[in-house]
Design a protein around this ligand. Sequence first.
Ligand SMILES: *Cc1c(COP(=O)(O)O)cnc(C)c1O
Length: 413
Amino acid sequence: MSETTRTRLAIDGAKPTMEQPVPKPVRWDDRERKQLAEMIDQPSLFYWNGPQTKLLLERFRRNYPLEFAIPCSSGTAAIHAALLAAGIGPGDEVITSPITDMGTVTGILYQQAVPVFVDLEAHRYNLDPRAVERKITPRTKAILAVHLAGNPCAMEELMKLAEAHDLVLIEDCAQAWGATYRGRPVGVIGHIGCFSLNDFKHIGCGDGGIVATSDPEIGERLQLCCDKGYDRVRGITAPEFLAPNYRISEPQSAVAAVQMERMPDIAAKRRRLGDRLTARLQGVPGIQAHHVEEEDSCTYWFYMLRIEPAAFQVDRARFVEALIAEGVPAGAGYIPAPLYQYPLFQNEAFFGGRWPIKEMGLTDMDYKTVCCPESEAILKTAVKIVINQAMDEAYVESIASAILKVAQVYGVQ
Ligand SMILES: *Cc1c(COP(=O)(O)O)cnc(C)c1O
């Protein structure tokens, strides 16, 4: 090939594929401002019976038709409250994903229960139901399924396992606003759905969360679990069990109530853009797209493809550098390591450097021996691409062109 026809990359001095900076969404505007202005005239900013919180929950339930929806201070709080309300306690095992936010497991540990990490599906990056089944023991009490990046888990298979073994199935929907599993929103399929409104999620109010269920027994307890054990419905403030203060407040609810109205459009836009990228990456040698089941919809909190190391002359670090040079908002991997490899787990440094349930003989878990090979491979081969609602189809097309160009130049022929 002559010099003139060979494709050159931006990292080698050619013109970048993408000329435009990464589009940045405007997250809030006059609608939030107006809602906050109404709120400031209220005599109280307390959540219980507050008009902003009521509005937030009413709008939440329009999207997620569940009997009980309790607002709280974070996604981490929502998950902890769900576990507490479901009666998860010392020595109970909770099966979950090793590739997730710490907030998924914090509540498990605070309940003195045991996170049991099982391996993930290679291209959906969610719990592999067969791996889950193998890890079920008489101590297993719950499955905490994370819809990573807004991609629905294999809910039917997980629900079957939950029913067969009498387990609570909790959905971590922190990254999955607007995602649907076979036409139904994720969060309404398992026993309890947990949502985050932190600043980085599809919609946010600084910090906040919602935990919701249609199970009457769990539902009755959820409010108490977020509010020091105080029963606001009956006005009883002599707690029967220990619960933290995970209350939301009216300023957060005011913002979140408006954000909830924006949610369906944000989710739909991200779904369209992410699916468009997948369509363009089909059949590219060495590139495996972010897999979404045909009947489901992923709302791409991020897009994550994998590269086959043997298909390229360069390592992932160089591949990603080349993408960035082309102007692609890309990064290598997602979290630094699967959760069980964090010092916290390796050193069992949970409670003042100790792990009471292990000292009591309620668990023999040893995170030093845990290994989820597919999860480890995912983190070593993943390339994360930013998708957001301010982007348009043309922008995503140029992301795809840049990926194709880098893959072609670095490909092993
Ligand atoms: C963000 C997140 C959480 C925790 O939510 P916070 O509101 O930050 O506490 C839990 N799980 C997943 C998968 C998340 O992405």
